[in-house]
Design a protein. Structure first.
Length: 214
């Protein structure tokens, strides 16, 4: 988060600005497998209008018309930058729980960048006229396994690298450890999260190679 973002968030304390992906992490410790418990444990988190406006300005999330990037300079280039995901991997390998907010924000921004480079993905994520953050809060939160399976199928039809990056980014959201869970559950979630993050980084590196070879 930038200093500007921090100040903006501080000025919005009277509004419920819980990030929309927060509800994704409210899992019941005793319910397994995770995919089954998710549907019971997820709680939709309201998002303030001001936060939605902030997302529009900061991440171009309100644009509902696909605009192909003519050059890398026009894009966010998050998909080509492995710095953030490498840091999440380092923390997870060290047995630390990553920040739900930090990883959620990163994935939201990453998916926006990926969708800006793939018209079919863009139209899929925004098919209900939703912001990317709203897609994560509603559509993905309601049936995550189905959404991931759909992206998997799309990856088999073309633009495989970017679509698999999106698939593993979504997969990572399912396994962010919750400190309210037992140590064993948290350890298992870190293991599953690490698998998704490593796969995501591999896709990012491959996307970078493919882009540089053009």
């Amino acid at each position: 988060m930038t200093a500007f973002s921090d100040r903006l968030f501080e000025s919005m304390l009277t509004i419920d600005i819980s990030p929309p992906w927060t509800g994704l992490f409210m899992k019941l410790a005793s319910a397994r497998p995770a995919a089954t418990s998710l549907a019971r444990a997820l709680v939709a988190t309201p998002i303030g209008i001001v936060l939605a406006a902030f997302l529009c300005l900061s991440a171009s999330g309100c644009i509902n018309t696909f605009s192909h990037q003519d050059s890398d300079e026009d894009g966010l280039e998050v998909v080509f930058d492995i710095t953030s995901v490498s840091e999440f991997i380092r923390q997870t390998e060290a047995g630390q729980n990553v920040s739900q907010f930090s990883l959620g924000w990163f994935i939201d921004t990453l998916l926006i960048d990926i969708a800006a480079r793939d018209e079919e993905l863009f139209r899929y994520f925004h098919r209900d006229g939703l912001l990317m953050s709203s897609y994560l809060q509603t559509t993905f939160q309601s049936h995550p396994e189905q959404e991931i399976a759909t992206i998997d199928r799309m990856a088999q039809q073309g633009n495989t690298t970017l679509r698999l990056a999106a698939r593993h980014a979504l997969g990572a959201l399912l396994h962010i450890p919750n400190t309210k869970d037992s140590p064993d559950v948290q350890e298992n979630d870190r293991h599953l999260l690490l698998e998704e993050l490593i796969a995501l980084r591999e896709m990012q590196e491959q996307a970078q190679d493919e882009n540089s070879s053009r």
